[in-house]
Write a protein that binds this ligand. Sequence first.
Ligand code: ATP
Ligand code: MG
Ligand code: MG
Ligand code: MG
Length: 479
Amino acid sequence: MSYFPIQQLLKAAPVGTTITVKGWVRTKRESKNAVFIALNDGSTINNIQAVAETGQLDEDTLKLITTGACLAITGQLVESQGAGQAVEIKITNVTIYGTADPDKYPLQPKRHSLEFLREIAHLRPRTNTFSAILRIRHALAFAVHKYFNDNGFYYLNTPIITASDAEGAGEMFRVTTLDAIKPPLNEEGKVDYSQDFFGRETNLTVSGQLEGELGAMALGKIYTFGPTFRAENSNTTRHLAEFWMIEPEMAFYELEDNMNLAEDFVKNVIRYALQHCADDLAFLDNRLKEEEKTKKKEEQSELSLLEKLHFVISNEFVRLTYTEAIDILVDSKPAKKGQFQYEVKWGVDLQSEHERYLVEKHFKKPVILTNYPREIKAFYMKQDPDGKTVRAMDVLFPGIGEIIGGSQREDDLDKLVARMQEVGIEPEALWWYLDTRRFGSAPHAGFGLGFERLVLFVTGMGNIRDVIPFPRAPKTAEF
Ligand code: ATP
Ligand code: MG
Ligand code: MG
Ligand code: MG
């Protein structure tokens, strides 16, 4: 007798053998002659059905087998008479590990709303939708490491507690000790950081990029993949206070190489998910199709989830400059009819509504926008010769907007220092960063991909809080 994960069992079912499966009850159904138990162990979207003859299980045991209870079931694997499954288990023994009082257990065998499930985020991985999302998330994370490993990148761990604000946007959570909170001001009336870690101001990282550049200027090609924190108003469907970011950084890459890498990388990891998560993606595809049916005709999307994923991996992304994009947007119907909430104007950053217009209505393809005005981008981006724009790139995706932000980095020490002074960053505070330009500087580039935005796209979900196991955002559950 051996124990099988259900996924393995359904794939290579050794009909006739006696096996044990362990998992949580999804449903129990009783007919005149038999009782049917659908069990799921999280290894697959598919349940295994176990069947006992009426009277075979004693009344007390039967009563305790309810949705959510955890069981070990032993029996013979037989061909199933029922529709929808090839095999089922003819029960010889049931062990109850843990019961789930039906009056108290919040998950019932019906489709719960995503809003309700967000309130019980600690239990939602037991649902079909969330277990599928989490398995896809896992596969994508694995694909990220595989892609970089296959392409000669080294995985570099950058600090989570750091003194630097890579984005210069002041969206940091401060990290301090309890002692530091008691005397918050020093003699000059300034916040006293002397009790913080390392005796100076420390924060949770907003990006590993600056440290990533140090790695690239030594190892050639590196990537980070770690937790990232932003103390911004995360009350959108695209922002979390805590998210995971993938940041490759490459010596000797210019903007063009950076774009090529971003496009190849994203397509590659999506392809991996299509190959390795077929059942889960088919489930989510169906789920979305049902949801679409409840919408008005004109609001229904033209492509299904699977069609969208195939479309993205088999079409070239459109590439154009920010300036060209502004011209398109200014000429667009929504701009002329005053339908954009935010103004479109050269020099002002694009909002999600503009990005989505370009991708979903104008080009109907993923878009890479480049050469943004220097004023709206971070200090480290390489300046274009015109003095107005920088070698930035944003990758925009349908249904999401910005999924990647990147650039070729400024490798000229004097220009970099001058830009830092312009935007009010003390060059001394980043002396270690500037050393890469002082000693053996080289052209280099990189980008940041918000992992949850990728998972959002691949799963077709609408809210970023639904693609991370434990979302940290305003008003989310208290983990
Ligand atoms: P946005 O314009 O959407 O606020 P950003 O330009 O501030 O994003 P970057 O600093 O360019 O973001 O970070 C790189 C990537 O990290 C973004 O393209 C996005 O995919 C992701 N990202 C940024 N902020 C968040 C967040 N709060 N939650 C989840 N992902 C994020
Ligand atoms: Mg932002
Ligand atoms: Mg942005
Ligand atoms: Mg950005």
